[in-house]
Design a protein around this ligand. Structure first.
Ligand SMILES: Cc1ncc(COP(=O)(O)O)c(C=O)c1O
Length: 464
């Protein structure tokens, strides 16, 4: 590569070659890039992203993984990061710094029943911290002795590290990575379209939620410490549980002294049309984990936020020869570094000032209705969603609900991209059922943007 200190300067063909030669892309089968060219993105503004060949797309994925909440190219976030870095670039999270204190206070304002914020770098890590909290308490808290197990829901995803993957209910994401960590067990998913009990709502007794109790009893209530769920399942196919679901889940957790952990990595910061996904329901989690939209992905940042009473269990006298070691002995080099929390402060300010959560609710409903209007088309099996977060499941036969093939799904996605719109899909998650398109534009999306997204899908299905 040519030597330069202008890091934005590039030669197109050199970059295309460099991408093929040096870069190992996330979750991509690379053999295809020996013949096909991988996309290289070079610019973004609002919902628009441009690739290295000069093609512009409407980004209905918020940066590929639903995280750029305020849209691309926000100068005020870049400026806040710059100002912070020249004031204090870095100091470890074992001490405080100004934007990190301010942002922790902001999160507690936004989560009034929770009071302590532990920062890290990614959603996986935020969930690992939650698991470590549960496990440490199972060793140091007499009321929770031995309650170390974590229950997770089928089809939910909680991250890529071995602990978080052990708590993940997507068989393909886990395939070939075992053996997994001990102390994790699954309970059924909550997707009505493919009800695990072959029932229909209402009239199903919400058995999918009640099934949690069976798993607790099977595992032994004295061994179960927590239950982790995504308020609305994201990568597992945009699953919106019915309104009664979480109150039932919560009641079961309370009955057995089990913490309820809400993984807001995707749903938090307005994605579903409320600030937090769990606010769609009558439920009050004990811990909330978050990442992605926290700083709109302008910087890496995640957090694990807990109740005061839970945090208090870690307060110990360090000079106590026996219990002095009972504080939370966890560390993260970059967790809560000032450049990231300042980006989060500015991103959250934008979300509030521009009323983007309400926009997500209103424009999201418009998106849902636009996609539902395609329900009579061939291949469209189910449409579901909340806020600016929708899914469209493709089936080859509406009666049997048999999904289309992987090859057909890939072809369909190519047709949508050819329309100039980037959307997402279930990806290497659910064997035989990675056929759910997902839609998650930045929260600044307008009805005109939605019209363009829906038209692209309609055209793709017609051309298929
Ligand atoms: C619900 C959920 N939790 C956790 C994670 C893991 O986050 P990260 O990729 O930042 O580790 C993801 C990633 O997509 C996610 O969707």
């Amino acid at each position: 590569m040519a030597a330069t200190t202008d890091w934005n300067a590039y030669d197109t063909e050199e970059m295309v070659r460099g991408d093929r030669e040096y870069l190992w892309h996330h979750i991509k089968p690379h053999k295809v890039f020996q013949s096909a060219e991988q996309m290289i993105v070079v610019e973004g503004k609002g919902l628009m992203v441009k690739d290295i060949r000069g093609r512009e797309y409407l980004d209905a994925t918020s940066g590929g993984v639903w995280s750029v909440m305020v849209g691309h190219g926000r100068e005020s976030i870049a400026k806040a990061i710059y100002d912070q870095l020249i004031t204090l670039g870095y100091y470890a999270g074992s001490v405080g710094n100004i934007p990190t204190i301010k942002f922790a206070a902001k999160l507690v304002e936004l989560l009034p029943n929770l009071h302590k914020v532990y920062f890290s770098n990614s959603g996986s890590e935020a969930n690992e911290k939650a698991f470590k909290i549960v496990r440490q308490l199972s060793n140091i808290d007499p009321e929770r002795k031995g309650k170390y197990k974590i229950l997770y829901r089928d089809r939910d995803y909680h991250g890529t590290t071995i602990g978080a993957l052990s708590a993940t209910g997507q068989h393909q994401r886990k395939q070939h990575f075992g053996p997994f960590a001990e102390g994790f067990a699954a309970f059924p998913h909550a997707l009505c379209y493919r009800c695990p009990f072959d029932k229909s709502y209402p009239g199903c007794n919400v058995d999918c939620a009640r099934a949690l109790e069976d798993v607790i009893l099977r595992e032994g209530p004295d061994t179960v410490g927590a239950c982790i769920v995504e308020p609305i399942t994201a990568g597992g196919g945009i699953i919106v549980p019915v309104p009664e679901y979480y109150p039932i889940l919560q009641e079961i957790c309370r009955k057995y002294n089990i913490y309820l952990i809400m993984d807001e990595v995707v749903c938090g910061f307005g994605r579903t049309g409320k600030f937090w996904g769990f606010e769609q329901y009558d439920v009050d989690p004990d811990m909330v984990t978050m990442a992605k939209g926290l700083a709109s992905s302008y910087m890496p940042l995640s957090a694990t936020v807990v109740r005061q009473g839970l945090y208090d269990k870690f307060l110990c006298d360090p000079s106590d020869p026996e219990k002095g070691i009972n504080y939370f002995r966890d560390i993260s080099t970059y967790g809560g570094c000032a450049g990231a929390t300042v980006a989060a402060l500015e991103s959250t300010r934008i979300i509030e000032e521009e009323n983007l959560v309400e926009n997500s609710r209103i424009v999201g409903q418009y998106l849902l209705e636009g996609l539902q209007a395609l329900s009579d088309m061939p291949l469209v099996g189910d449409v579901r969603g909340k806020g600016l977060f929708c899914g469209l499941e493709l089936v080859k036969d509406k009666a049997s609900k048999a999904p289309i093939s992987e090859a057909d799904m890939a072809r369909m996605m190519g047709l949508v991209t050819a329309e100039g719109v980037l959307i997402g899909r279930t990806n290497s998650s659910l064997p035989g059922n990675n056929t759910i398109m997902n839609f998650a534009p930045a929260l600044v999306a307008t009805q005109t943007d939605i019209d363009e997204i829906v038209a692209a899908v309609k055209n793709a299905i017609e051309k298929f």
